[in-house]
Design a protein around this ligand. Structure first.
Ligand code: FES
Ligand code: FE2
Length: 455
């Protein structure tokens, strides 16, 4: 199946001759070992609590999109584990984030996903009031408090809030590195996609029955695709992937679409490749090339179509037009970047149960009047979906057992439940990692550093 001896330091570069400073360059190999990963991280309450104390309060957590808060007083609620935050735009147009907690007796201040607080915050319990900058503006029946009770901090507790490409992140750690530093090379790699101008077109959410890291690990490799998602092998080269490990726990995997898997190895124009050609206006019947020629032909056709539509795709290499450039921003944000749109997966721990997590399956696109440009089919956006970007896409909550996230996700959700059951067995000694699973090793090494388990 391989076309040369496998080299784990190289994996399978998509652009072997890429300029070392360009987005396509293979990052230097990082040796994180090959396991075993201790099984308890996937189910024990101790691990969940360690993450609650040492991970989530220290990392940049994606909380909102800036476009959802255009005016002063507009807010978005964000929850992670047992914590709740409100991100709000101030009179000065600055975005600030606060614990969603009233300093009086701890009531939650807001309870809706979004809203507008034209007059600032009023606590629903005893009506204390706070400005959009978090400052206390009113204590009900102030004369009934002793002075020493009110000399404590009566303001909302602010946390750090920084924005990258329209993604608003919060961080509970005052000493954390700046967000942009955390985003690292992705900040530069993402420039041609103009993520700040994209909009969330669909946001689906489900509670899956596994630890959040079982879910994340599953999406950090394509090794399982042949077994669980064989329906895409005709159009997806699951094997020859470029894998990159970056500082601060970030990883990337680049996989080729419009190229069949070597596991099939037919070498001809299978039905899915024919569909991919027709999708960009190519006629498979008159195509003289071989299977390997389909991807370049599709790239060329896509570029021509974009030019005809007046889209500026000059910043993209040909490979970015067909392939999945998939980044995992540590710890839990997955982004499959395509010129047409982004598949964003967000893995959040369950508040109390280490055997469950909350998955958001998000499709982002540039707003369009018609559907001339479609996101890649694997994202599962139904035909005719509103991609005007005029309305905020409300979160659609689904039950994983009933499906609804799209075929690929539905296949994963049932599988991950079985993995969750298996990793708890006394007969399981810990995950053994192949070099196709380097991203998993890199993620867990960074996680272990946060938890003080690794230097
Ligand atoms: S808890 Fe908020 S005013 Fe009392
Ligand atoms: Fe999968």
């Amino acid at each position: 199946m391989a076309t040369r001896a496998y080299d784990n330091r190289l994996t399978w570069p998509i652009e072997p001759d890429a300029d070392p400073h360009s987005h396509g360059a293979k990052a230097p190999f990082v040796d994180n070992g090959c396991g075993p990963l201790s099984p308890d991280r996937y189910f024990s309450t101790e691990w969940m609590e360690a993450e609650r104390k040492l991970l989530w309060p220290k990392v940049w957590n994606w909380a909102a999109r800036a476009e959802d808060m255009p005016d002063p007083g507009d807010f978005v609620l964000f929850e992670i584990g047992r914590e709740s935050f409100v991100v709000v735009r101030g009179e000065d147009m600055r975005l600030r984030a606060f614990f969603n907690i009233c300093p009086h007796r701890g009531n939650r201040l807001v309870s809706t996903e979004t809203g507008s607080l034209v007059n600032g915050f009023t606590c629903p319990f005893h009506s204390w009031k706070f400005g959009l900058d978090g400052g206390n503006t009113h204590v009900t029946d102030r004369e009934t408090f002793r002075p020493e009770a009110l000399c404590r901090d009566l303001n909302l507790q602010e946390v750090r809030c920084e924005t990258w490409e329209g993604f608003v992140f919060i961080n509970m750690d005052a000493n954390a590195r700046p967000l942009l530093e955390h985003v690292g090379v992705l900040a530069e790699h993402a420039v041609p996609y103009r993520l700040a101008d994209m909009r969330i077109m669909r946001r689906m959410q489900a509670v899956w029955e596994s630890n959040w890291k079982v879910g994340l690990d599953g999406f950090n490799e394509a090794y399982h695709v042949h077994a669980i998602h064989p329906q895409i092998l005709g159009i997806f080269n699951d094997y020859h992937a470029q894998i990159d490990c970056y500082p601060n726990g970030m990883t990337r995997m680049t996989t080729k679409f419009a190229h069949e898997s070597p596991r099939i190895g037919s070498g001809g124009l299978n039905a899915d490749l024919r569909w991919a050609m027709q999708d960009v206006g190519l006629d498979p019947d008159s195509f003289a090339g071989r299977m390997e020629d389909v991807r370049p032909a599709v790239q060329k056709a896509k570029r021509a179509r974009a030019e005809a539509l007046g889209l500026d795709w000059s910043g993209f290499t040909d490979n970015q037009l067909t392939d999945d450039w998939n980044y995992c921003l540590f710890p839990n944000m997955h982004m499959g970047l395509h010129p047409e749109g982004v598949s964003l997966l967000y893995f959040r721990p369950h508040a109390h149960d280490p055997r469950k997590f909350i998955l958001d399956v998000i499709v982002m696109m540039h707003p369009q009047k018609d559907s001339a440009i479609k996101p890649p089919a694997y994202m599962g956006l139904p035909d005719g979906w509103d991609i005007s970007g005029n309305e905020r896409a409300e979160t659609i909550v689904v039950d994983w057992r009933e499906g609804g996230l799209g075929q690929l996700f539905d296949q994963d959700s049932s599988l991950f439940r079985e993995v969750q059951l298996g990793v708890e067995s006394a007969g399981f000694a810990g995950a053994i990692l192949s070099e196709q699973e380097q991203r998993i090793g890199h993620f867990h090494a960074e996680l272990e550093r946060y938890l003080g388990l690794r230097a």
